[in-house]
Design a protein around this ligand. Structure first.
Ligand code: 5GP
Length: 210
C-alpha cells in the first residue's frame, strides 16, 4: 500500500469519519455530503453480504473474498481491515483522483483502517462520531432487525473497543438522539475550519508574495 501523492496546487482534504456501528455515521455523513458538491464519498469494497436496502456501487462494492484478496495483492486499497468477520477496504484510485481534482473526500471507515490512514496520509483530517450514551447505542443496534443477536453482541463488543480509540482523532462529534442536524453541522464546521489552516492554504497565497 503506497501513500497518496497530491498536486500542491489542488489540495482536496481527505476526511476520515469513524464511530461505532449504530452511531448514525451514515445519516450524519449523508447530510454533510449533500451540503456541498466539493464533498465526495468514497464507496468502499466489502465481502459482507448486502443488507436489505443496500445497493451495489452506492453503499458498497460487494465482492467475493477471493476478489478482495486479489485486490489486496494488486495494491488496490488505500487501507483495508477485517471487521466482524468480513473485509472492508477503500479503493485507492478513486480517492487519488478526487483529491487531485481538489475535492474533499470522505472515508467512512472503522478504527483499524483509520489508523492506517493516519500513518500513510498524516495530512488527513480525522473525525470520530460518538454516541451520547452506551444505552442509546445498544438501543440503536437492537433496532437493526436485520441482524442476529450474535452479530449484534459482537458489534457491541467492537463498539467498546472503538470508543477507546477516539483519542487518535482530531475532533469528536457527539450524535445525540434526535439531533442529527446538529451533529452534521458540527462535522461541517470542523471540516471548514480545518480547511482554513494556514498550512493548507499557503500554496495558493505564495504566488502573491514572491
Ligand atoms: P457495516 O457492515 O455496518 O456497513 O460496516 C462495518 C464497519 O466497517 C463500519 O464501522 C464502517 O465504517 C466500516 N467500513 C466501511 N467501509 C470501510 C473501509 O473501506 N475500510 C475500513 N477499514 N472500514 C470500513
Amino acid at each position: 500500500m503506497s501513500e497518496i501523492k497530491q498536486d500542491a496546487n489542488k489540495k482536496g482534504l481527505l476526511v476520515v469519519v469513524s464511530g461505532p456501528s449504530g452511531v448514525g455515521k451514515g445519516t450524519v455523513l449523508s447530510k454533510v455530503l449533500e451540503s456541498s458538491d466539493e464533498y465526495v464519498y468514497s464507496v468502499s469494497a466489502t465481502t459482507r453480504e448486502p443488507r436489505e436496502g443496500d445497493k451495489d456501487g452506492v453503499n458498497y462494492f460487494f465482492i467475493s473474498k477471493q476478489e478482495f484478496e486479489k485486490r489486496i495483492e494488486e495494491d488496490k486499497f488505500l487501507e483495508y481491515a477485517e471487521y466482524n468477520g468480513n473485509y472492508y477496504g477503500t479503493p485507492k484510485d478513486y480517492v487519488e483522483k478526487k483529491l487531485a481534482e481538489g475535492k474533499n473526500v470522505f472515508l467512512e471507515i472503522e478504527v483499524q483502517g483509520a489508523m492506517q490512514i493516519k500513518t500513510k496520509c498524516p495530512d488527513a483530517f480525522m473525525v470520530f462520531i460518538a454516541p451520547e450514551s452506551k444505552e442509546a447505542l445498544i438501543e440503536r443496534l437492537k433496532g437493526r432487525a436485520t441482524e442476529t443477536q450474535e452479530a449484534i453482541n459482537n458489534r457491541i463488543k467492537i463498539a467498546e473497543r472503538e470508543l477507546r480509540a477516539c483519542l487518535i482523532y482530531d475532533r469528536i462529534a457527539i450524535n445525540e438522539t434526535g439531533k442529527i442536524d446538529e451533529c452534521a453541522a458540527d462535522v461541517m464546521a470542523a471540516v471548514r475550519a480545518e480547511k482554513l489552516k494556514p498550512e493548507r492554504i499557503f500554496d495558493k497565497i505564495k504566488q502573491f508574495i514572491q
